[in-house]
Design a protein around this ligand. Sequence first.
Ligand code: SAH
Ligand code: SF4
Length: 387
Amino acid sequence: MTASAPITQDVLTLPRNLPEEGRRNLVGLTRPELRAALVAAGTPEAQAKMRENQIWQWIYQKGVRDFDAMTNLAKTYRALLAAHFVIAVPEIVARQVSEDGTRKYLVRIAGGHEVETVYIPEEDRGTLCISSQVGCTLTCSFCHTGTQKLVRNLTAAEIVGQVMLARDDLGEWPEPGRAPKDETRLLSNIVLMGMGEPLYNFESVRDAMKIVMDGEGISLSRRRITLSTSGVVPEIARTAEEIGCMLAVSFHATTDEIRDRLVPINRKWNIAELLDALRAYPKLSNSERITFEYVMLDGVNDSDADARRLVKLIQGIPAKINLIPFNEWPGAPYRRSSEARIRAFADVIYKAGYASPIRTPRGEDIMAACGQLKSATERARNPRRAS
Ligand code: SAH
Ligand code: SF4
């Protein structure tokens, strides 16, 4: 947030790969949808499965956007594809690089709306934080995105497209047959922790994540994908069954009274109901543990008594507690807890036997940290509320 921090910013003016009128975008289609689209365009049924595989690999394994580059397809077939389809990802309109290496992309989607996608390089991984909605219907009182009304849900194409445009920017489309192992990839992990509530856009998020996990494409393991929810209880079991990724939950408080204020969805599904759903998750999804996100707000939810209550509440749930120092944004009604307070809180949790990493804020100088995301256009449109 320091105005003097060395930031590089490119504003890209050329529109790229915008879907052409009337041609269907193949990005974001599930495998059955892709096959059906190919058949509808004239691909013989008997070839459809093979064509689906070939095209899938070109798009998601090799990063190809031009049908002409699909050299294992006959020229006439490539022309047929080009007449019916496009391969389009959203456009990066601005790209900022923080002094800590974090990259924030301002991404333009159809209708002129914008979302933010953030790439966070770390020693042992590179995490892409992706958005699922423009704005959010929920109004968590500490979250910048929560001050922006929901504009619309992202499509599956726009969600998987964020992964593809980040790979473009990182130059990480592997040579055929030389896909790097997850551990050595620049983009090795995905967190659904950008703008929006992913479980209020379930189908698109699910379809996009299925594409990302597909072994013949981007091929990221489900254990490297973490979906963060504010607590949409009825969708949690479905997340386990239909996506099977890791789950994080924005817990943030240990009494219903405080959680009602911080995460208002708590008034619909309270702490007890949320915990019941979380208890069932690891078994249903066969994932080891749940991440409890806990934002540290000075004097609001950060006492030792809170820490002890938290440990008691989550008893029996395989868990990791991720303490997030509050990231301030202009006009925010809270302050970050002191470092000493955060450490004392972490200590109580640690002594109770839980991992309690303190999340280092990343990309603060470019407003890329958790909860700071908001469309730049929205900031400009509504400066009083947003900045
Ligand atoms: N809507 C989802 C995912 C997006 S928010 C959810 O609420 O879980 C990703 C994480 O950042 C959540 O844990 C959210 O509570 C947290 N967050 C939001 N605003 C924040 C802020 N200003 N400082 C720190 N963390 C914040
Ligand atoms: Fe929406 Fe998550 Fe922000 Fe709450 S914390 S307003 S659910 S994005």
